[in-house]
Design a protein around this ligand. Structure first.
Ligand code: ZN
Length: 362
């Protein structure tokens, strides 16, 4: 059954987050946790062994409502063994059944309003992208995401509370080297007016996002990031989801966005931002699309070494880009960080020592 052991390795506490701590987010240690006071900075993660897999140092419990279903869910993030990847344990199904669903591109079942993961039985979990972005952005390789409802809680519409919760328990280095997906050649996909392209890069993950909305409230925005944990925390993770009031009304009539509110979305009415607190960044919209892309692309199942440029981004074009990448065996290779090559099926040796690009930190 559920194995929540942390493999042997160095444990790093990244600081607590008493400031702004909410009742609906709990680190597994609770008041017994030796977590230091003060808001998490993630500084401790610098002590993690570069190029090695990581998991959570402790379990995390988060409760909230889904933005589309308005359904409550309890989320428990468990540490997991090396090479587990991110695995969803969907509980609370009829008859008391449970399903394990790997957070992989091949398990994407819908991308119209959010990214939905599921399996052939119809069991699934919606709106996985912000949680997956937090895990990927903070370079957590292995975790079990236990959830008892149909949708990941939307929290404040960003990944901020997932980031704070992960930083509060910290990460633990594990005994195996991290696996990377290295993009080997340019690859282009289109979907309607959306375009996306993967390109090789010497090191790290370069993300370039461009949005183009009519009207001055959003307009055309473009941002590029060399994505690593500090950039993710500082520049991307706190950007909230957004929508036009007119569209939300249509979604409500269709039975979607039922949990949407100013508490978890930036609402735009014509040229006006309705949220009294305003925006968190002047270009919060394009940053949120970067957050979505990081979550969606984490479904590669390995940290990407390459560049991803997306114009008019969305979950569908992100999913198509990953599918196209995996459909072309010459477009990528899987390699391990550090000096040892990773051997993939049929004894074929792919990948070379590449510490220069394997370091995906800021
Ligand atoms: Zn989003």
């Amino acid at each position: 059954m559920l194995d929540t052991r942390v493999a042997s390795g160095e444990t790093v506490r990244a600081g607590g987050f008493q400031t702004g701590r909410r009742d609906d987010v709990r680190g597994g240690g609770g008041s017994r946790s030796p977590v230091a006071a003060g808001r998490a900075s993630g500084r401790g993660r610098d002590l993690l062994k570069s190029g090695f897999q990581t998991t959570l140092a402790d379990r995390i419990e988060i409760r909230g409502l889904g933005v589309h279903s308005a359904a409550p869910a309890r989320l428990i993030l468990h540490p997991a063994d090396v090479d587990s990847g991110i695995v969803i344990l969907r509980t609370g199904l009829p008859g008391g059944h449970e399903r394990l669903i790997e957070a992989k591109w091949s398990n994407v079942t819908q991308t119209s309003l959010c990214t939905v993961l599921g399996d052939s039985t119809g069991a699934g979990v919606a709106t996985v992208e912000h949680l997956l972005a937090a895990l990927s952005g903070l370079q957590i390789d292995n975790a079990i995401v236990e959830i008892d409802g149909p949708e990941v809680p939307i929290m404040d519409g960003s990944a901020a509370q997932f980031i704070d919760a992960i930083d509060a328990v910290g990460a633990a280095s594990q005994s195996r080297r991290r696996r990377y997906l290295k993009v080997l050649k340019p690859l282009h996909v289109e979907h309607g007016r959306s375009r996306a392209e993967f390109r090789p890069a010497a090191r790290g993950f370069h993300l370039d996002v461009e949005i183009d909305f009519e009207g001055a409230a959003i307009g055309r925005q473009r941002r590029a990031f060399d994505v690593g944990p500090q950039v993710f925390r500082r520049e991307i993770g706190r950007a909230r989801t957004f929508g036009y009031v007119a569209d939300v009304k249509k979604l409500w009539q269709a039975g979607f966005a039922l949990g949407s509110s100013l508490e978890n979305s930036v609402a735009i009415d014509g040229e006006a931002i309705l949220n009294p607190e305003g925006l968190r960044y002047c270009d919060e919209f394009v940053r949120h699309k970067a957050l979505d892309a990081i979550g969606d692309l984490s479904l590669a199942g390995a940290a990407i070494v390459g560049a991803y440029h997306v114009y008019r981004p969305g979950h569908t074009v992100n999913a198509l880009a990953l599918s196209a990448l995996f459909a072309d065996r010459k477009a990528y290779e899987i390699v391990e960080g550090g000096p040892r090559p990773y051997r993939a099926g049929a004894g074929a040796q792919v990948g070379l020592a590449a510490t220069a690009w394997a370091a995906n930190a800021d």
